[in-house]
Design a protein around this ligand. Structure first.
Ligand SMILES: NC(=[NH2+])NCCC[C@H](N)C(=O)O
Length: 578
């Protein structure tokens, strides 16, 4: 049940009955003030212009024609011709009852598309750092939502497991193994390992040449090099999988489709482009010129697909990935999450791919760029000494901080329970602080605000959830098995009911715009409305009639279910007690 859609459809049907308005647009908006009702139809003014009539007259005509008796208690014309729709409390009540008895909370499945989501994609030469947090959790949340909407989601972890840096890394690893170290210890600190290899590459005689020779060997499929490379990859993947587990993201080993997997397809992709006649040789390299992306001096953008002297690049790999996803995986949508600095790269890739026939016309290619995580000083997030912050350490710190905060409260919970709750609160706080910001902007990382139990935070939402669960425990009722006749009387009840039914609008927004923050703000607004309702509409107080109590409990329970589902889609866990 999508109330917005339903109301809009009714207006569309009304317009269809007006001569000349059959295909007119039907702009609908949420009302900004509850006294005006819940929705506002804004189409009369535009239509008046089109039909050269008085807008209020048109509005009157629409009100007469629109069939809304079953769902609306009043339709009022305001100002120049706005139509305010006030929904019927009885109708809302019935929708709440239906949603409460439905696991999917009345969210219907859409007709299934195949959606490839490219997310996380750390570079295996290095340990995951905060820069990979955003791609991982934003991608995961969006993938969860699209999956919940009924689509076939294929997660692709496009790990950076290939490229010239592996030459120096495997050369260094080979020396370490010869000095009888085992791979797991040698690679226990990837940052450190990378640094050592880089110093040797820059300073040690002959090492750089050896590294370069290894790159060529590796690309050519040399068994010895491949074996060294594989050890590197295995250890490195274990590191990221540890992070995924801590982060509670839904990424599995079989979702890994790293850059190396495309190596055998690269030559074909370049051949495809040559066949289309769009590749030219430029300073020894094979490139595609893109006049549609010219700079301000009118020079076309250049997309390199093969380096001078041979060898393919990141950009070639993305074309191969595009072809594979569109033609082999049959994707209707390809969605890629990386930081905003790669926006131009993906814009170019799409144009090259479309010209070169590497993507079906029916496949969309969507890049979800995101801004940076900044420190308190507004500069890129770093350790105190200016190093990159390892993701694992950041997550562990979050849990520790949550533990301390929770220990200050009288909860009556056992130490084990406390620990588990602290884990959910700490990790939830980090994730929510990130997901709730508009994806495209930079944001300042702040421990104190994200861990606060007040305001737009995960702990606040988790707390609202446990509060409802504790009301049920107090009332001696089984929250997993409760339904009641809903009666909507108080304004706070109505406002809450309307918000509850807007869940589907929020998640549709996430899927369409790749913006988890829409779901976050929805959940926050829902919790705030619940708190207001809770103050104004007591449930367990003496003297409350049984029907009123049960109705309010039902509303509360749907709030809890919606919070749990919403947080779950965001990859954030809830708990029964806190
Ligand atoms: N298809 C892609 N290029 N996906 C994203 C890869 C991100 C890359 N490994 C990075 O860390 O920047």
């Amino acid at each position: 049940m999508n109330v917005f859609q339903l109301v809009q459809d009714r207006f569309k049907q009304a317009l269809a009955k007006i001569e000349g308005a059959e295909n007119a647009s039907a702009p609908l908006a949420r009302s900004t003030r509850p006294e005006f009702g819940e929705y506002q139809f804004n189409g009369a003014m535009g239509l008046a212009k089109l039909l050269k009539q008085n807008p209020r007259q048109i509005a009157t005509q629409i009100v007469e024609l629109v069939e809304m008796d079953d769902i609306a208690e009043s339709l009022d014309i305001a100002g120049p011709g706005f139509i305010n729709v006030k929904l019927k409390p009885q109708w809302l009540a019935a929708q709440i009852e239906t949603a409460l008895s439905d696991e999917r909370l009345s969210v219907e499945k859409e007709s299934a598309q195949t959606v490839v989501v490219d997310l996380s994609a750390p570079n295996l030469a290095k340990e995951m750092h905060v820069g990979h947090l955003r791609s991982t959790i934003i991608g995961d949340a969006v993938a969860n939502v699209i999956d919940f909407l009924g689509h076939n989601v294929i997660r692709q972890n496009h790990m950076g497991d290939w490229g010239t840096q592996f030459g120096m890394l495997i050369a260094h690893l080979q020396d370490k193994l010869q000095a009888s170290e085992v791979a797991t210890t040698a690679l226990s600190d990837l940052e450190d390992f990378y640094r050592q290899a880089k110093i040797r590459f820059d300073e040690e005689d002959g090492f750089a040449d050896r590294a370069r020779a290894y790159v060529v060997k590796l690309q050519g499929g040399d068994a010895e090099c491949k074996k060294l490379w594989q050890q590197f990859i295995d250890v490195s993947i274990l590191h990221s999988e540890q992070v995924y587990k801590k982060l509670n993201v839904n990424l599995k080993h079989e979702d890994i489709m790293g850059e190396s997997a495309y190596n055998p397809m690269l030559a074909d992709v370049v051949a495809d482009l040559k066949q289309q006649g769009i590749v030219v040789k430029d300073q020894g390299a094979q490139v595609v010129f893109l006049p549609e992306l010219a700079n301000k001096d009118g020079e076309p953008a250049v997309y390199i697909v093969e380096k001078s002297g041979g060898g393919f690049l990141y950009s070639t790999t993305d074309l191969a990935a595009m072809k594979y996803r569109s033609f082999e995986l049959n994707a209707d949508r390809i969605i890629i999450f990386t930081d905003a600095r790669q926006a131009f790269h993906f814009k170019q890739a799409e144009i090259v791919g479309r010209k070169g026939g590497l993507i079906k016309e029916s496949t969309t290619y969507e890049h979800g760029p995101f801004g940076m995580m900044l420190g308190k000083d507004g500069k890129p997030f770093k350790t105190r000494t200016g190093g990159t912050v390892k993701l694992v350490e950041l997550l562990d710190e979050a849990v520790e901080r949550a533990e301390k905060l929770l220990a200050e409260r009288e909860s009556g919970l056992s130490a084990d329970e406390q620990k588990e709750i602290a884990r959910k609160v700490g990790i939830g706080a980090i994730k929510y602080a990130d997901l709730s910001k508009n994806r495209t902007t930079d944001y300042i990382f702040n421990w104190d605000t994200m861990l606060s139990f007040e305001g737009d935070t995960a702990p606040y939402l988790q707390y609202a959830y446990t509060r409802i669960k504790s009301i049920f425990r107090k009332a001696g009722l089984d929250a997993n098995n409760f339904n009641a006749t809903v009666i909507i009387e108080a304004d706070q009840e109505k406002a809450l009911a309307v918000k509850l039914l807007q869940f589907v609008e929020a998640i549709n927004g996430v899927s369409a715009n790749l913006t988890p923050h829409l779901l976050c703000s929805y959940l926050y607004e829902l919790s705030s409305l619940f708190m207001t309702f809770y103050e104004a509409c007591p449930m367990l107080k003496d003297g409350i009639p049984e029907e009123t109590k049960n109705s309010r409990l039902a509303l509360s329970l749907l709030v809890a279910n919606t919070l749990q589902k919403g947080l779950d889609l965001l990859g954030i866990e809830t708990m029964e007690k806190m």
